[in-house]
Design a protein around this ligand. Structure first.
Ligand code: SF4
Length: 491
């Protein structure tokens, strides 16, 4: 679908306009110019307080007018988005419960207003007016923000603390929907020792810097990949270095992703236990064997259950399970079945993802091979997970959205008994620096005073990482110096 826009003010907004169209249609291209006048979007009038726009689509014309919340440039964009959403809603009959929001962290908006001292009603009024967010989503945001402030009472005051993400880029096989750095451990087994040399160097150097500069660590998260893909001996080496390098006294939580059940064995669980790992993830995604096969998981449902029980026998008392809504060939019956199985295991937290077609994944490259449910079915499936969570005492404690997510929905983390993942809250709400160490690890450097965010990405593949880890470590420390001491490192 080609949409033409022909207005100087819309020229810098082509991508943004495309993102709004993508809330309703797939395969959209937004182009500058008049085109054939069959599919056009244009501003017809623009004042300091209002924007009027028109849309021609499928032989029908629509008009809409929106108020600009402020007089700055951003508010023009917001008003344009509102006109477009209003007209597309009229045309398609689809209501967007997240309104004009295309960003991934809706609760950040809520936090910002909450910190200014606004009441829930005032926040709702403002967000509904500015972004057309539904009341249901606003109430969800309120509940999540309240829980996050309970879980981390100093959430707005973590300026001199960081969290650490450690990326291990190996997995047994690559899942069809995955775009993470995940190299088959079978093929890359021999790369692990060299990779660990770099990783341990990064941990040691950054740990020393943090200690010397009295910057505390709030939480540590081992992700990837699947960290438990490496041998228990290597895992021990890694954890040893972490516990030596970081000041663990202030660390409130350590999580290790053990997402793939086929990487869990008694020796690995013993190592996790020896280091008092607080939280692990064992991710079923689905409890239907055919689905697991279709998405390339290479483990069975029986193995998920078996490894979950094994982890319990090894005193793992905070286990998360990820589920994905909208996996190929799945409908509400599959989700009902997955939820019934989850109910038998009763993990401390469940993270419900909606399938996202990421550009570089196998699933997106070969979409026809992976038929997925329609929008209404996705909504029903998501509804089932929400009802399940509510009826089984799980409360939502963080959420995020992704581009190209089925039904334009969200991913929600639920927990029982206050077993929230602090790291997930901290990374989503962008309240402190996240230091990314290892392959494909992204550092999010947040200035303690201005809140300005800089992203810094380590190389994704082990070979490039092995060649350049010293450079990336030095560069990261230079950035930390600038951030916390306002000076550059003198080498
Ligand atoms: S287990 Fe996770 S990181 Fe590994 S391939 Fe699957 S989605 Fe990617």
């Amino acid at each position: 679908m080609k949409i033409y826009v022909d207005h100087p003010e819309l020229e810098p907004q082509l991508l943004f306009i495309k993102n709004i169209f993508n809330l309703y249609f797939e395969d959209v291209f937004v182009l500058n110019g008049k085109g054939d006048n069959q599919l056009t979007f244009n501003i017809t009038n623009h004042t300091m307080t209002h924007v009027k726009a028109c849309l021609t689509i499928a032989g029908q014309s629509y008009q809409s007018e929106a108020v600009r919340p402020e007089t700055d440039k951003k508010s023009v964009k917001q008003a344009i988005a509102k006109t477009l959403v209003n007209m597309l809603t009229e045309h398609t009959g689809i209501t967007q419960s997240w309104g004009t929001l295309t960003g991934i962290r809706p609760t950040k908006l809520y936090h910002r207003l909450y910190r200014q001292g606004l009441s829930h009603e005032a926040i709702c009024e403002k967000l509904a007016a500015d972004y057309l967010i539904s009341r249901e989503k606003l109430d969800l945001m309120r509940d999540i923000v309240r829980i996050q402030n309970e879980a981390i009472p100093d959430l707005y005051d973590l300026k001199r603390e960081v969290s650490v993400y450690i990326g291990i880029p190996f997995c047994p096989t690559k899942c069809a929907y995955c775009t993470f750095p995940a190299y088959s451990i079978l093929v890359h087994k021999n790369d692990v020792p060299e990779f660990l040399v770099g990783l341990l160097h990064e941990i040691k150097e950054t740990g020393e810097w943090l200690k010397k500069n009295d910057v505390k660590v709030t939480s540590i998260y081992f992700g990837g990949g699947t960290p438990t893909s490496i041998t228990p001996e290597d895992l021990k080496l890694l954890l040893d270095e972490c516990y030596r390098s970081f000041d663990m006294t202030a660390v409130r939580e350590v999580t290790v992703e053990a997402g793939r059940p086929d990487t869990i064995d008694p020796a690995t669980l013993d190592v996790l236990n020896d280091f008092h790992i607080d939280r692990i993830s064992i991710n079923p995604q689905s409890f239907t064997d055919e689905t697991l096969k279709a998405i390339g998981r290479h483990h069975s449902v029986a193995e998920t259950v078996e490894k979950f029980k094994l982890a319990r026998e090894h005193q793992m008392n905070n286990i998360n399970m990820d589920l994905i809504i909208g996996l190929p060939n799945e409908d509400r019956t599959h989700v009902q079945h997955s939820l019934a199985e989850v109910a038998r295991l009763r993990p401390e937290s469940i993270t419900v993802h909606t399938l996202s077609f990421k550009r570089a994944s196998e699933m997106t490259r070969n979409k026809a091979k992976y038929p997925v449910a329609d929008r209404d079915e996705i909504m029903t499936m998501m509804g089932l997970t929400k009802t399940y969570a509510r009826d089984h005492g799980y409360v939502p404690y963080y959420l995020y959205r992704q581009k190209n997510i089925l039904g334009n929905l969200e991913n929600i983390g639920y927990a029982i008994d206050k077993e929230y993942s602090l790291y997930n809250i901290l990374i989503m709400e962008e309240v402190q620096t996240i230091l990314g160490i290892g392959c494909g690890a992204s550092s999010k450097l947040i200035h303690p005073e201005t809140g300005k965010i800089e992203n810094y990405l380590n190389p994704k593949d082990p070979k490039s990482y092995n060649k350049s880890y010293k450079h990336y470590t030095t560069e990261k420390i230079r950035k930390l110096e600038l951030l916390y001491n306002g000076t550059a490192v003198v080498e």
